[in-house]
Design a protein around this ligand. Sequence first.
Ligand code: GDP
Ligand code: IMO
Ligand code: MG
Length: 430
Amino acid sequence: MEYSMLTVVGSQWGDEGKGKITDFLAEQADVIVRYQGGPNAGHTVVVGEEIFKLHHLPSGILYPGKTCLLGNGMVLDPVILQSELENLKERGVFPDKLFISDRAHLIMPYHKKLDELEEKARSGRQIGTTGRGIGPAYVDKISRQGLRSGDLQNEKELIKKLDFILRQKNEIFTRFYGERGFSLEDLEKEYLPAARKLLPYITDTSVLLAEEIEGGSRILFEGAQGTMLDIDFGTYPYVTSSNPVSGGVCIGAGVAPYRAGTILGITKAYTTRVGEGPFPTELKDQIGDMLREKGREYGTTTGRPRRIGWLDGVALRYACRINGFHYLAITLFDVLSGLKTIKIATAYRYGDRLLEHFPASLHILEKCDPVYMELEGWEEDISEVKELHALPIQARNYIRTIEELLKVKVALVSVGPRRDQTIVLTNNFK
Ligand code: GDP
Ligand code: IMO
Ligand code: MG
């Protein structure tokens, strides 16, 4: 694969197979960068017989010698990140060129507790968060009372800041929620030791990145979550608290907008969503159950069953526009084998209107019925197919239909979780 800068973005509601595709592309990369999100992400990478589940670490980490950066746009849980690193070391993976932005925000134990309490308080209108403290950590970042990984470099000051923050947080816990708060001593004992272990990795990653770019390194940016979970462009309020879209790269990694390079949208051959919120093409029937089992659609981070639906051309058209995808990668294509008919939503019917653009308002979205086109399915197992021409004609027709509908070329087709289960249609992303 030829590229100098490439960005991998989820085009649906997450879990599109970004981990698999990033790992596949990372062979050619010098630097792999995560630019947003935190341990709400669960990226699965299969190498031979081994399955790796990554939450903070970029999916390029499994190749030796690659520089891996956790950008300033991320929120980090030192305890989870530490266990991720330990787990890798036990399996013989030694991340010797890992760097963490000193501007990335820290997820604190009180963020996790707030995440849990806020979800409970939304009774009946839960978002279905991953419970990892993501929303409350980003809230503190925006309200300018977050703690950043760079604060770990001056522990005395950090303790002072924490003391101040805890007073306010504990008011919320005790007065509003009627719960116990957190003591400074407990946090010092239970949280700081894990956080301290991150110190050797903490640096100004944007300086490193600029030097790498200057030196001609190949850079791969790995998004987490997906466009429809974006805080600005997703199905608000059923979204995450960061910007997974391609525009998030410059903010979350500290590079100029044009450095995002070629933008590759990752889309499943159907749609899934985990957590609550609108899902126009959702299937609540046997076909949905069949796809869930065949695609092993259970959350990487939380183990929750994923909701399943047909491919949503309206949401994808929107994702193409917002992200400016140059190419698409279609994943989990093998899962569709065995269906007589496959549907793709091409528009939404809203009352007597036909919508081609994804609406912002939930009250509109909730009343939208997808308008489907139907395509003929195929019986054959395609999971070992290596070339486009070896796919059944109906499968090739499905790919062509997506390209025509979205006016974007498909560059990669993934037919299984392994690296060698990837059909390459475009070799050159430059
Ligand atoms: P991510 O969050 O976007 O990285 O995706 P996840 O890792 O959460 O979920 C994708 C799941 O599908 C993982 O279990 C992958 O191993 C698996 N996977 C990825 N690509 C394919 C594919 O082409 N076919 C099949 N059957 N599984 C795939
Ligand atoms: P990857 O990177 C799928 C969903 C949660 C919930 C909403 C908000 O593996 O694709 P949060 O904990 O972020 O506040 O939860 O977003 N969500 C994801 N769904 N894949 C993810 O990440 C997700 N990260 C968050 O289920 O609906
Ligand atoms: Mg995932």
